[in-house]
Design a protein around this ligand. Structure first.
Ligand code: MN
Length: 149
C-alpha cells in the first residue's frame, strides 16, 4: 500500500469528490469542501504535485494522476462504506459523515472489506426482512441500553 498523512488522504478524497461533481477541481472548491483557506489548499496542492499524486496548475486547480486517483478512490470507498454502516445504525447524517472521515484512515483492509459485505448484505434480498427497521424499534424501546448516556 501507500503511506500518506491523513491530511493528504483527505485532500485527495476531496479533490475526487469535487471532480466527480464539477469535472475539475479548483482551489476554491476544495477549500470550500474542506473548510480551509485557499492558501492552505495551494500549499497542499504543491506537495501532492511533488509526490506525483496531482497535476497542479496555478490559477486553474488540479487533476488527479493515475496514482492519485487510485489513492482517492480507496479513501472514498472507505468513507462511503463506513458512512453507510453508520446510517444503517441510525446515526445522523452529519455525524455519520464526520466519523466515517475519521475512521477511513485507520481501519484495516480486512475490517473495511467485512463492513462493506455487511452493509451490502443488509441492503440485499438475502438479509432478513426489515432488520434495520427492527433495530431502530429496539433503539427506540431503549431495550438493553448500556453505556454513557
Ligand atoms: Mn472522508
Amino acid at each position: 500500500m501507500y503511506s500518506l498523512s491523513r491530511k493528504a488522504e483527505d485532500y485527495l478524497e476531496a479533490i475526487l469528490n469535487v471532480i466527480l461533481e464539477k469535472g475539475y477541481a479548483r482551489t476554491k472548491d476544495v477549500a470550500g469542501l474542506l473548510e480551509v483557506s485557499p492558501s492552505s489548499v495551494v500549499e497542499m496542492f504543491r506537495k501532492l504535485d511533488a509526490m506525483h499524486l496531482v497535476d497542479y496548475r496555478k490559477y486553474e486547480g488540479v487533476t488527479l494522476t493515475e496514482k492519485g486517483r487510485a489513492v482517492a478512490e480507496v479513501i472514498k470507498f472507505r468513507h462511503d462504506t463506513l458512512k453507510r454502516l453508520f446510517l444503517l445504525l441510525g446515526v445522523s447524517e452529519t455525524v455519520a459523515d464526520g466519523d466515517a472521515c475519521l475512521m477511513e484512515h485507520e481501519l484495516s483492509e480486512e475490517s473495511i472489506r467485512q463492513i462493506r459485505l455487511f452493509v451490502d448484505f443488509l441492503d440485499s434480498g438475502d438479509a432478513p426482512a426489515d432488520i434495520t427497521g427492527a433495530f431502530a424499534a429496539f433503539c427506540r424501546a431503549g431495550t438493553g441500553r448500556k453505556g454513557n448516556d
